[in-house]
Design a protein around this ligand. Structure first.
Ligand code: NAD
Ligand code: UDX
Length: 476
């Protein structure tokens, strides 16, 4: 039995950070080192003030405060920590390629390859290398080839490797809960000793029947498939939401009705502004690329339609806002509630809010954005535009008032003279908004566009506000 005493995780991101924090918490006898090339990120992981951790996840700060500098360490010492590790997790980013072969669909594996090269160069003795990143099928082979050349290097006598696939299924916003109580843990590999060593770690807190062994390629494909199925459900329900709006049905009622069928199940049937996050789009496009590569064009176009529907749905929302506001939003103030791609995370990657806000700014609107966890600088990066208060307004700009703009607010005192409120993230604090009070501040007539279905119709309408809720065809 291989006993793991030192873990090194390459990549201190949304997966590496929380996953390693939970392993350290559950396995006090294992030393866990999380390393990253990003100095700023590591500084934040080591910040005394736990509010400054680079990632917001409910429950994360508590675990970090318990384990950090005990058996959980964050550093930029990639070489040193690899050299003392019995097990190395690769948790680096795998975004969609923007250039070259497969651009726009295939995953960019340069960070994974670089990590494998670092392991090949700095490891000592026997090392188990675990793919934690989401990877195309047969990537383990690439990693194995890189490591094999190190094994055969005469200068590096006595080193050897096993490669395992151990994809991560956590969802942001519930990462700690998902890690502590996973539906399953998947371990793909071809070496039973190495698989058992990883099994022994999870076994500390996950029951045995939930730890599944598969071959390495099935494990890699299962991860892509899980995300594709989940995203497909959202595109399916969003397509039905549009039909509900056209026919007078209500998508919440449809979801409830179909969700009670035990074969369908009730989860992941909430219509929203379109799925965001760093995984769904990238992983489906990766699947599309794989299918095309193997000449399975019908398979490829089936999955591609899930992404196409999502893009169409996001566009549909900004168009609808313009239409309801008498065909123009030029110079009109619109309050946007929520910028993260879902509640309980500060992550904005692929958030529907980015596209929708950009479209409205292009149409000339004055957008006031609030989000409890996303920073102004992050929104600036995403919109690729400075906020209005930081720009000197030209005379011409003032006169024409045609250029759209955006502002950021940390508080919710922003409804004065607004023509509309657009709800894009389901943060808890938006669920109890006092529409009576807000209505008095807004212009008349004004609109609430609820893309998350978190408002109560009667409370909004009693405040004399017009309401559009996604998938709600019962609107007057
Ligand atoms: P991320 O961008 O938040 O973090 C990746 C980190 O890796 C970055 O901090 C980067 O600086 C670091 N890195 C890159 N190359 C490095 C190198 N050579 N040496 C050291 N550090 C390096 O990404 P993430 O969201 O944590 O995702 C990581 C992987 O996990 C991806 O493959 C993703 O698809 C997968 N995944 C993500 C989620 C999620 O919810 N975010 C869930 C499951 C799986
Ligand atoms: C997803 C997978 O759920 C997770 O298993 C995987 O490891 C990473 O990718 P994540 O993207 O973090 O997790 O969040 P998720 O809860 O899946 O939400 C993704 C997007 O779908 C969000 O924009 C969310 O708002 C949206 N969504 C989700 C809906 O619109 N409706 C739903 O019913 C569920």
């Amino acid at each position: 039995m291989i006993e793991v005493k030192n873990i090194c995780c390459i990549g201190a991101g949304y997966v590496g950070g929380p996953t390693m924090a939970v392993i350290a918490d559950k396995c006090p006898n294992i030393n866990v080192h999380v390393v990253d090339i990003d100095e700023e990120r590591i500084k934040k992981w080591n910040d005394k003030n736990l509010r400054n951790l680079p990632i917001y996840e409910p429950g994360l700060a508590k675990i970090v405060s318990r384990c950090r500098d005990v058996n959980l360490h964050f550093s930029n010492s990639v070489k040193e920590k690899i050299s003392v590790a019995d097990m190395v997790f690769i948790s680096v980013n795998t975004p969609t390629k923007t250039k070259g072969l497969g651009a726009g669909k295939a995953s960019d594996l340069r960070w994974v390859e670089e990590s494998a090269r670092q392991v090949a160069k700095f490891s000592k003795g026997h090392t188990i290398v675990v793919e934690k990143s989401t990877l195309p099928v047969r990537t383990a082979e690439v990693i194995q080839n890189i490591l094999r050349s190190a094994e055969q290097d005469n200068q590096r006598i006595g080193i050897s490797f096993n490669v395992l696939s151990n994809p991560e299924f956590l969802a942001e916003g519930t990462a700690i809960e998902d890690l502590e109580h996973p539906d399953r843990v998947l371990i793909g590999g071809d070496n039973l000793d190495a698989m058992n060593a990883l099994h022994a770690i999870y076994e500390r807190w996950v029951s045995k029947e939930k730890i599944l062994f598969t071959n390495i390629w099935s494990s890699e494909l299962a991860k892509l498939t899980a995300n594709a199925f989940l995203a497909q459900r959202i595109s399916s329900i969003n397509s039905i939401a549009a039909l509900c709006e056209a026919t007078g049905a209500d998508v919440r009622e449809v979801s409830r009705a179909i969700g009670t069928d035990s074969r369908i199940g009730s989860k992941f049937l909430d219509s929203g502004p379109g799925f965001g996050g760093s995984c769904f789009k990238k992983d489906i496009l990766n699947l599309v690329y794989l299918a095309e590569y193997f000449g399975l064009n019908e398979v490829a176009s089936f999955w591609e339609s899930v992404v196409k529907l999502n893009n169409w749905h996001q566009n549909r929302i900004s168009k609808l806002v313009v239409k309801k506001l008498f065909g123009t939003v030029t110079g009109k103030k619109i309050v946007v509630l929520g910028f993260s791609f879902k509640a309980n995370t500060n992550d904005t990657r692929e958030s529907a809010a980015i596209k929708i806000c950009k479209d409205l700014i292009d149409e000339g609107a004055e957008i006031w954005i609030h989000d409890p966890k996303v920073s102004k600088s992050q929104i600036e990066k995403d919109l690729n535009m400075e906020p209005y208060e930081d720009v000197e307004e030209t005379k011409e700009h003032k006169l024409l008032n045609k250029l759209g703009k955006w502002k950021f607010s940390k508080n919710l005192d922003i409804f004065d003279q607004a023509h509309a409120v657009l709800m894009l993230t389901e943060w808890e604090e938006y669920k109890n908004i006092n529409w009576e009070d807000i209505s008095k501040k807004m212009v008349n007539p004004s609109w609430v566009f609820d893309a998350r279905s978190i408002t109560e119709r009667s409370k909004v309408e009693d405040a004399h506000l017009n309401l559009w809720r996604v998938g709600d065809g019962t609107s007057k």
